[in-house]
Design a protein around this ligand. Structure first.
Ligand SMILES: C[S@@+](CC[C@H](N)C(=O)[O-])C[C@H]1O[C@@H](n2cnc3c(N)ncnc32)[C@H](O)[C@@H]1O
Length: 317
């Protein structure tokens, strides 16, 4: 959606549409009125020593997070949602799943968990002494039992859309939902690594399409969507793309500048992002030769997988 007429405000005001606060998130949050934000989406620092964070003792980190979460709950609308996207805190090779240790913070503030979404991706660090981490989670909480959930806005294609009831009163009718199926709680979306179209100098952006699904499902047009740790502006971009209002805070000036540029491009309709629902790239299906290791290519072995020795219609010479 193109909304060129909006400026990027640097302080929160309910009359604005796009707010990028250059500073500490607690300062932004304290300027937001009670119960005015429909959706909070964020990926906070994980306390793992990235260049934008000072590594803290876990209990100090959790106390800081609790302060931010309490402010997010204060500003949350009665039908609103909070989505906290986290991975693991790692200390001397031992991992602590941050969603598990943050769960009590949310539940003590009276929130109810609706989903623990697994975000699966293919790329990341290769571990030598444990299995490489290939998922993170998004924990979704609501303030009450009456919450916005626009399932039809985020349905995905059925696996067998032509399947019909084979017995009973609906025999012969299509058995699946005509608008597609519920996307489930395991989301396979590529993470933003070096050759991703959205990659900037920030070390850990989340992809716009991940936030778009949350924005479409958990808010309505005109609602406020806020990210206390907005980084490169991803949450604001996903919000304004779908006619919501977007606000966020970022402490590091270089990332504020990247966010400002990306949000400006989104407002002008020129920001390039990976489209929602594009299937994950599969090198085997794309016919890439490197899917067969050279040391496995002995003469006569696996000829059907080797494009070098295949004719254009796939038969071997
Ligand atoms: C995991 S990154 C978020 C990246 C973001 N999701 C994106 O797509 O670009 C966390 C961000 O929080 C920022 N940050 C850390 N402490 C902050 C604070 N107290 N207030 C505002 N931003 C903070 C960091 O500089 C970092 O950019």
């Amino acid at each position: 959606m193109l909304i060129e007429r909006y400026e990027i405000a640097d302080h929160f005001d309910l009359a604005e549409h796009v707010v990028l606060y250059a500073g500490d998130c607690l300062d932004l949050l304290r300027s937001v009125p009670n119960a005015s934000v429909q959706l909070v989406v964020t990926s906070p620092p994980y306390n793992i020593g990235k260049q934008y964070e000072r590594r803290l003792e876990l209990d100090v980190y959790l106390r800081q997070q609790a302060q931010v979460i309490a402010e997010c709950v204060r500003i949350l609308a009665p039908q609103g949602s909070i989505c906290w996207q986290v991975g693991n805190y790692v200390h001397k090779g031992a991992i602590v799943p941050l969603d598990a240790v943050l769960y009590p913070v949310f539940s003590q503030l009276g929130l109810k968990m609706r989903n623990r979404i697994i975000w699966h991706f293919e790329h990341g660090l290769h571990c030598g002494r444990r299995f490489s981490g290939r998922y993170e989670t998004i924990v979704w909480f609501t303030r009450s039992d009456q919450y916005v959930f626009n399932l039809d806005a985020v349905r995905v294609p059925q696996k067998y859309p032509g399947k019909k009831h084979f017995k009973g009163p609906k025999v012969g009718q299509y058995s699946c939902h005509p608008l597609g199926k519920n996307p489930g709680d395991v989301w396979i979306i590529p993470n933003v690594k070096s050759n991703h179209v959205e990659k900037t100098d920030h070390p850990c952006q989340f992809p716009v399409e991940l936030v778009e699904r949350l924005v479409l499902a958990l808010s309505n047009e005109g609602d406020w969507v806020l990210d206390p740790f907005v980084g490169t502006g991803t949450t604001i971009i996903a919000a304004i793309r779908h006619g919501r209002r977007g606000a966020g805070a970022e402490l590091v000036p270089a990332y504020v500048e990247i966010a400002r540029q990306r949000i400006g491009q989104q407002l002008q309709g020129t920001l390039r992002t990976r489209p929602m629902y594009r299937p994950v790239y599969d090198p085997t299906q794309a016919g890439k030769r490197l899917t067969v290791a050279p040391w496995q290519k002995r003469q006569g072995e696996m000829p059907l997988l080797d494009n070098d020795s295949a004719t254009s219609d796939g038969r071997c010479q």
